[in-house]
Ligand binder design. Sequence first.
Ligand code: GCU
Length: 680
Amino acid sequence: MQDIVVEIDAEISKLQQVKALLTGTSATGKRKPGRPANVSLAGKARTRRTLSAEALERILSLRISKFLPVVLKSAVLLGSSLLVLPFCAQEPLQILLVGVDRRTVTSLDGDWHYLVDAPPAGALYTGSGQINDHGYALNTHPNLMGRHNQEYDFATAPTIRVPGDWNTQVPQLFNFEGVLWYQRDFDAHPQPGTRTFLHIGAANYRSHVWVNQKRVCDHEGGYTPFDCEVTAVLHPGSNFVVIAVDSTRLQDGIPSLSIDWFNYGGLTRDVSLVTVPQSFIDDYDVHLAHGASFDPGNTELTGYVHVLDAPVGTVVTVDIPEAGAKTTVKTDAEGNAPFSVKASKLVLWSPDSPKLYKVHLAAGEDSLTDDIGFRDIRVDGTRILLNGKAIFLEGANMHAEAPVRGGRAYSQEDADRIFGYLKEMHANFVRLAHYPHDERMERTADRDGIMVWSEIPNWQRISFDKPEVYAKDIVMLGEMIRRDRNKASVILWSISNETPNNPTRTKFLSDMVAEARKLDGTRLITSAIIAPPANGTEMVQNDPLCDALDVIGQNEYVGWYDMTPEQADSIHWTFPQKPVLMSEFGAEAKFGNHGPVGQRWTEEQQVYVLEHQFVMLRNIPQLRGTIPWILMDFRSPGRNIPKLQDGYNRKGLISEKGEKKQAFALFQNAYAEHSLGKAE
Ligand code: GCU
């Protein structure tokens, strides 16, 4: 059995302690039975050490619940060591294709067979929690005659539509959280000199993918895309894919166990086959050069094109005919081709003129054309500047739920309806809460001139003390930024929402901010911060996380969860000297429920609470945007007042059926008059 590597980074003395813990050597130096004999250690610097596989197996076969957590915890406590055990976290996928929706693909959307793997999901997980490659993944058929072989059969199983969540498609699965198996056949005609990837727009939450019985990838995260290379397993003619999707919420998941939205499961976004040449463009960044200060005369377009597995010196062309910009560069040893080119004529992207340019990229045998807008976004003191001009963001929050139809939103029709409401409301901004939405949302925002806040689901309590959770979070952040870095509409990356103010969390999230800046230095970083306790009429925001942010998102529910509506009039906020967005505020109302302003869940009271909120908001000098919670009522299982909530969070300005509440008109007027705040 091959050796297993454990990586530890801690002082020698602490390593000795880990050794004692791992070998179970008591203070008297006597080694406990069944513990590994040989564990070798060395110096402070991050080093790789080899434990004999058998030893570790023995350790691991010990009743994990009793033992290993102690080791893990002690190792973490002893020096925030990074202990990597093969079956803990999934290796992040190495390849993620950018601009897939701008490539010619073979769509695998449509009807897929499905089988429910009822808890404990014995078809997917072996007794020791490993992934079972020898069960449903083989997609074989039961012997109706002769010897017993198996008791599942996709061929005769019912079908379900992809993309889409299973909860709103199959009534019996409405509340199902667990493992569902998907299977479909597809034809392929692999050409020599090409590679093929299975592209999955999103699958909630953990997915395991097999093609022709071979496992081709695993992925964790319900809201970002992933690609599985299938070149080696495809054959001409009929092929099949089997995907197990586990929507079970995890303590160490992102998000974690408790969420205030519906945990829709399944292949919730497009699935397709993408065929590209042997070396191909897997990533690119084309943006307006972002200098130390905004220069109105600046027409320099810059970025890079990354050509995977390209021989050094591969010629790359970036051509933007309408902007009079064209350049040819070459790839370096890593396949990267940075470029910079002056555009002779450039209209910057903004809500008033959401100008998008055809950007033609070519490298070797590969090419693609994207639609990209160019704009400059930055902060200056407490102002937010778009193309050098101070702006005020008039927006709304939105969950990825389809208006009227319900269920996870994934279609252009869903996006058009949502952006239709935003336009009707005179909004220029939308916060896509609390996770990356379908890419069509950003494409539509680019088209319609609506600025976007995009967020990764660090919602309230996450296991901030666990390095492996940080590792997952960084992968998710990378997937979000990589997919949408060329979307002009996206002006803010948010790393979290309403997380508890403690040093472990602040370190975790501040490190993530630093990572986000490394990945994209042209956008603003924010987070939605929980409301500070009121001290009389004073609300002082001094959460240390604000230090790491460009823009502070402030959530508050004065008049609904806290205090009375009237008290909002006299609330005085104090913030660090940065632009502030009121990233959530509002009250609940059931559409059509009417009554006195003092009666909760009436449309009148929702307006009443908001009108008092407006008084408070207008008293915040550095307020640079208002984002009411929320554009549309959305499903949330914990909202259980019959006849008023019925499993919906009712803070929408519109009901889930698209019925406009009085509050919608309130914002329509406020945004038409730009009466909630000033850009400077
Ligand atoms: C929180 C949270 C939202 C939630 C909202 C509410 O602030 O961020 O996800 O839905 O409040 O309670 O309605």
